[in-house]
Write a protein that binds this ligand. Structure first.
Ligand SMILES: [Mn+2]
Length: 197
């Protein structure tokens, strides 16, 4: 497989963001989003996805975190779509269950070419520090729309909202890693009888 890397820049009146991904990386996050809790979550995607992420973001944080979180999801989704290319020879599907103490989440992803987010998470708090838990869904909707994946997210258990969200992002990283990994038995074939994804 050739290098699976992509860099995407997105510039609007609300945010200026650039994201670089290397799907075959060492699990490192570089740069900052300006939203500390989101950085903690992007770090989970990088580490558990074994993806290198390089983030540069200037957002309208004087309003709130909304645009920055949503637009990082969008930009990361665009970078993923670029980096996976035509999806020949990958597993396509990925899933993971991840616990963190009392919390447990399951994430299932399909690089189907069809955007779909099916999220079931009842967070026990509206905010984690200054971070609004509503923004978790905004991030994933942005990712799904632009990576064009089907994504099922279920927080199955959890009392602590930080744990709930963190298990989702860790499971997301693990599921991505499985889905984009090279399937040696698929040997360069398209993982679909349709012939394209
Ligand atoms: Mn944590």
């Amino acid at each position: 497989m050739s290098a699976r890397i992509a860099t995407v820049s997105r510039d609007t009146n609300e945010t200026q963001i650039s994201v670089s991904v290397n799907l075959d990386g060492e699990g490192r996050l570089a740069g900052q989003s300006g939203v500390p809790f989101l950085d903690h979550m992007l770090d989970q995607i990088a580490r558990h996805g074994m993806i290198d992420l390089d983030i540069n973001a200037q957002g309208d944080l004087h309003i709130d975190d909304h645009h920055t979180v949503e637009d990082l999801g969008i930009t990361l989704g665009q970078a993923f779509a670029d980096a996976v290319g035509d999806k020949r020879g990958i597993y396509r599907y990925g899933h993971a269950y991840v616990p963190l103490d009392e919390a447990l989440s399951r994430v299932v992803v399909d690089f189907s070419g069809r955007p779909g987010l099916y999220m079931n998470a009842d967070f026990t708090r509206d905010t984690i520090g200054h971070f609004e838990t509503q923004l978790v869904a905004e991030f994933f909707q942005g990712f799904v729309n632009h990576a064009r994946v089907t994504l099922h997210i279920d927080n199955l258990k959890g009392l602590n909202a930080h744990h709930q969200v963190e298990t989702i992002f860790k499971a997301f990283g693990r599921a991505l890693r499985m889905a984009v990994s090279e399937d040696p038995r698929m040997a360069g074939q398209m993982p679909s009888t349709k012939g394209s994804l």
